[in-house]
Structures are given as structure tokens and as C-alpha cells.
Write a protein that binds this ligand. Structure first.
Ligand code: BG6
Length: 526
């Protein structure tokens, strides 16, 4: 009998990552937050900025200006932000009093409605004052963390107030810059995205515009590029000759979390597929870029999207499945159905789950199906890309020897437990010549021992240094809406009963299983 000794594994503390890119000049700047008192800013953007400034200090000054309606003033705004930092910064990341006070001193408030000309004049004056007194160097980053229907108005006013261009006097004689970050959703269909692009384009040049998709800020999403183009072993196999199919799963265990108003207009396809999934897919499928410049990479990504044809109504019926969660149980707790959520219409046909099959119609990917699924209230939170390879061309083993053998699969674990997993066949020890599947598994945190940067932190730091590689270009947004519109246009005409119910805490409706099983395949659950 083998004696087992239990070894207590202590997890070593992870090392800090670096966030400022070598070779890029860092600059002082004023970040102007629109939607500063809103949920996204308070929960995410401000804690991220506090962490960025505290843990990755720069010699340069960063000031944060709120442009908002409430009569708060600098002091009221500072108190509000400090409260949010206490609430939302991770327990192991909290700032001490000195850190909080130092951050608070960088916060300024400009009270205005979004449609008030005089408010933008006041903002301009405040920014000039900050250049003089805080040495922000005339560099301005406008961050629109606002409901999408206000974006066009804000942009127009910024242009009218002359704020889209750097000031003539910046106090330091260097060239200064103005950039704008826009949050998703960027439009709600192709026409609205085009119109928003046109409106921004009238005021800002494309290289000033940073459209955020926070998935691009995730290390594991960026690693798709490194994995593919820094290794020679995958590239010869990375095509329709060797790959059977690809699955992309974005599973969420949470529901809609008080976001009914937004989610009712969005649904799973616009919330996740149009942006996050399309970004992952374009990195998985793109050709090698000429180099790592922002435009070369984005040129290749957009070519993938262009090669995905719009779905015909018949294809939408065959290749897409919508679902909506009904009451169920998750982690031992009762969960209400989507229609019972606060703010959701009891007749709602919004999909909280979608499964679909797409094809990338080019030489590399001809006839390789890409199965995509995403949903709220699935059994666990997990985002993965699974690439399944074809079986060997000639089988030497007998079926009974291969009972436990799965096809070769490469799994890129985007989150959580970030890492890479390769399933390969191996001989089971013994005389029978039986085969089984074993895992070659690498976890990012274990291998590197480095804390992964938060996606927003990476993206804001890149914007400050002017690197737009991880941001979404105008044509990418429009191409991805073109594909999504072809699906939603048909959904609108389909019987609402084709939004199939699934119990919260399960892997989606049966029809989604049938979608893939019709092709003789199965979903591989994370
Ligand atoms: C957001 C969606 O873009 O992404 C949310 O609006 C979703 O509905 C979130 O929950 C998922 O992000 P992450 O990083 O937790 O996978």
C-alpha cells in the first residue's frame, strides 16, 4: 500500500506586474471622467486609477476631473470617491490613509449638464488651470463612462468648446495630446455604430479615439497572439487541414445584477458576442501581422471579421439558438427567472443565452465550424477557447483500446484559472496497449508567479502612453455589427417561442445541444 503524506502547499505571494510599457514616453495628463458618479466609474474606473497611480507611480502628474451634474464640488467629489475606494478596492489592494489622501488631492470637479455650453467652457478653464498649477502638460484624456445615448452630445460639445485639440499653451513647451475613450456598447446595431463613428470622426481623428473592449485588456486574450506567433509548433496545424472545429464559451454564473434597463435592450448577443467573442475570435483566426504596430494587428483582425458572411434567415434558424433563464438553483441557492428580475418585462423575449455556429470563409478556415455560446446563470464562470484537432488519418488502435481517448484538444483558459491545457493521447501502463487522454496543463500564475494586471488598468495605461493596439478600430466595430445585425434582424421576425427556457444553473437549453450534436459533435464544458 502506498503511504500518502499530505503536503501543505503554501501559495507564494505573486510578484507585481509592470504596467507602463518600456519605450513609450509617459506623460502627465488630466483624465476627464464623464459619468463620474455612475456605477462603472465608482466600481471600476476610479479604483483602477487609484491602484494604477499608487502601485505604478509615474514621475508625471495625473489629475482626474469629474464632469457631472450633481452639486458636489471638489471636496464632495473627493469624499464620494474615497468611500467608493473603501467599498470596491480588493481587500489586498486597499490604500492606507496617506495613499488615499494623496489620491484625493488629484481629484477635481466640474459641475455641469452634458448639454450645457458654459459647462464645457468651465471645463476648458479648469484644464488650463491644472496645466499651470498641477503641470498636466496640456494632455487630456476624455473618458466617456456614460450611457451610450449621451456620447454624441458630449462629443459635439467637446468639439464646439475647442477641447478636441490640445491647447496652444501647455506650460511645458512639449507637444501635447487629446484622446477619448468610449465604453461599450458602441451603438446598438450597424446603423447606430456608423452614425456614432461619423459623429466622433467629425470632432476627433481616428488615432485619438480609443474604443474599449475590456476583454482586450486581459493578459490571456493578449497571450493568444503570443501563443500563435511566438511558437513554431502550432502554426503548421492552425488551419482547416488539421482543425476539426473551434468552441468559444463565455459562461457567467451571475445573472443580470440590477442592469435590467440596459440588458433588456441588449441581450446576450449584443452584450457579449458582438464585442468580447468577436475580439477573441479575430485573434484566434487572424494571419500573422507584418509587425506589432497597432494598425497592422488590427488590419489582420478586421480581415477575419470580413470573412464571416452575414447569415441568411435560413441560416439564422439553423445555426443560432436563443435561451432565457427561468427559476433554478445555483450554488445551493434559489435563483429567480429572468422575467421575474426587477425591471424586466414579464413578457420579455430578451435572450440571456445564445449559441451559434459561424464560418470564416477564407483559405485557412474553410469548412471549420466555430461554435460560440454565452449565457447568464450558467453553472460556473468560465471563458475558454477550445480548439479540437482532427483524428489521426489512419487508426492503428482498436476501438476498445481507445474508449478513453478524446480527440486532441487545445484549451486556452481565458478566465478564471488562466492557463493553457493540451489534451493528448498516451498509453496506459500495462500490457493491454490501451490509450487514454492526458493533460499538459500550464497555469499562468504558477508558471510566472506574477499577479495578472486588471484589464482596465492595462487599457488605461496604454491609452495614456498612446498605444491603441488593444483598442477597437472603427472598421472592426462596424464589421462585427454587420454580422450581429444579420442574426438579430431575423430573430425579430421569428416566433418568440424560439427563445427557449433553461433553468438557472444549467448549461442552457437542450436546443443548443442539438445545434452541435446535429454535426456529430458535443459541447466541451469548462
Ligand atoms: C460586460 C458585460 O461587458 O462583460 C457584462 O456587459 C458581463 O454583462 C461582463 O458580465 C463580463 O466580463 P468579465 O470580465 O467578468 O468576463
Amino acid at each position: 500500500m502506498t503511504q500518502q503524506t499530505e503536503v501543505q502547499q503554501t501559495v507564494p505571494k505573486l510578484k507585481d506586474h509592470n504596467i507602463w510599457q518600456g519605450g513609450h514616453e509617459t506623460n502627465p495628463c488630466a483624465i476627464v471622467l464623464f459619468g463620474a458618479t455612475g456605477d462603472l466609474a465608482q466600481r471600476k474606473i476610479l479604483p483602477t486609477l487609484a491602484h494604477l497611480i499608487h502601485d505604478h507611480p509615474q514621475p508625471e502628474t495625473i489629475c482626474i476631473v469629474a464632469f457631472a451634474r450633481r452639486p458636489l464640488g471638489d471636496e464632495g467629489w473627493r469624499a464620494m470617491v474615497l468611500e467608493s475606494l473603501d467599498k470596491y478596492m480588493a481587500a489586498d489592494d486597499k490604500l492606507d490613509d496617506k495613499g488615499k489622501q494623496a489620491f484625493a488631492q488629484r481629484l477635481f470637479y466640474c459641475q455641469s449638464n452634458f448639454d450645457e455650453d458654459a459647462g464645457y467652457q468651465r471645463l476648458g478653464q479648469l484644464l488650463d488651470t491644472l496645466d499651470k498649477e498641477q503641470h498636466t502638460g496640456g494632455n487630456r484624456l476624455f473618458y466617456l463612462a456614460t450611457p451610450p445615448d449621451t456620447d454624441a452630445e458630449i462629443i459635439e460639445h467637446l468639439g464646439k468648446a475647442g477641447l478636441a485639440q490640445p491647447p496652444k499653451q501647455n506650460g511645458n513647451g512639449k507637444k501635447s495630446w487629446v484622446r477619448i475613450i468610449t465604453e461599450k456598447p458602441f451603438g446598438h446595431d450597424l446603423a447606430s455604430a456608423r452614425s456614432l463613428n461619423a459623429q466622433i470622426g467629425k470632432v476627433f481623428h481616428e488615432d485619438q479615439i480609443f474604443r474599449i473592449d475590456h476583454y482586450m485588456g486581459k493578459e490571456t486574450v493578449q497571450n493568444i497572439v503570443a501563443f500563435r506567433f511566438a511558437n513554431s509548433i502550432m502554426e503548421p496545424l492552425w488551419n482547416q487541414k488539421y482543425i476539426d472545429h473551434i468552441q468559444i464559451t463565455v459562461a457567467e454564473s451571475l445573472g443580470i445584477e440590477n442592469r435590467a434597463e440596459y440588458y433588456e435592450t441588449s441581450g446576450a448577443i449584443k452584450d457579449i458576442v458582438q464585442n468580447h467573442v468577436m475580439q477573441i475570435l479575430s485573434l484566434i483566426a487572424m494571419e500573422a501581422p507584418a509587425d506589432f504596430s497597432a494598425n497592422d494587428i488590427r488590419d489582420e483582425k478586421v480581415k477575419v471579421l470580413r470573412a464571416i458572411c452575414a447569415l441568411t434567415p435560413e441560416q439564422v434558424q439553423e445555426r443560432t439558438v436563443r435561451g432565457q433563464y427561468v427559476a433554478g438553483e445555483q450554488d445551493g441557492k434559489h435563483v429567480v427567472g429572468y422575467k421575474e428580475e426587477k425591471g424586466v418585462s414579464p413578457q420579455s423575449t430578451t435572450e440571456t443565452y445564445v449559441a451559434l455556429k459561424l464560418f470564416i470563409e477564407n483559405w485557412r478556415w474553410a469548412d471549420v465550424p466555430v461554435y460560440i455560446r454565452t449565457g447568464k446563470h450558467l453553472p460556473k464562470r468560465s471563458t475558454e477557447v477550445m480548439v479540437q484537432f482532427k483524428r489521426v488519418p489512419h487508426q492503428l488502435y482498436k476501438p476498445e483500446q481507445m474508449k478513453d481517448l478524446q480527440p486532441n484538444r487545445l484549451i486556452l483558459r481565458i478566465q478564471p484559472d488562466e492557463g493553457i491545457d493540451l489534451k493528448i493521447g498516451a498509453k496506459v501502463p500495462g500490457a493491454a496497449n490501451d490509450l487514454a487522454t492526458i493533460d499538459l496543463n500550464a497555469s499562468y500564475k504558477t508558471v510566472f508567479g506574477i499577479e495578472l494586471p486588471e484589464a482596465y488598468e492595462r487599457l488605461i495605461a496604454d491609452c495614456i502612453v498612446g498605444d491603441s493596439t488593444l483598442f477597437i478600430r472603427r472598421d472592426e466595430i462596424e464589421e462585427s455589427w454587420r454580422i450581429i445585425d444579420s442574426i438579430t434582424d431575423t430573430w425579430k421576425k421569428m416566433d418568440p417561442n424560439t427563445v427557449y427556457p433553461y433553468a438557472a444553473g444549467t448549461w442552457g437549453p437542450e436546443e443548443a445541444d442539438k445545434l452541435i450534436q446535429r454535426d456529430g459533435r458535443d459541447w466541451v464544458n469548462p
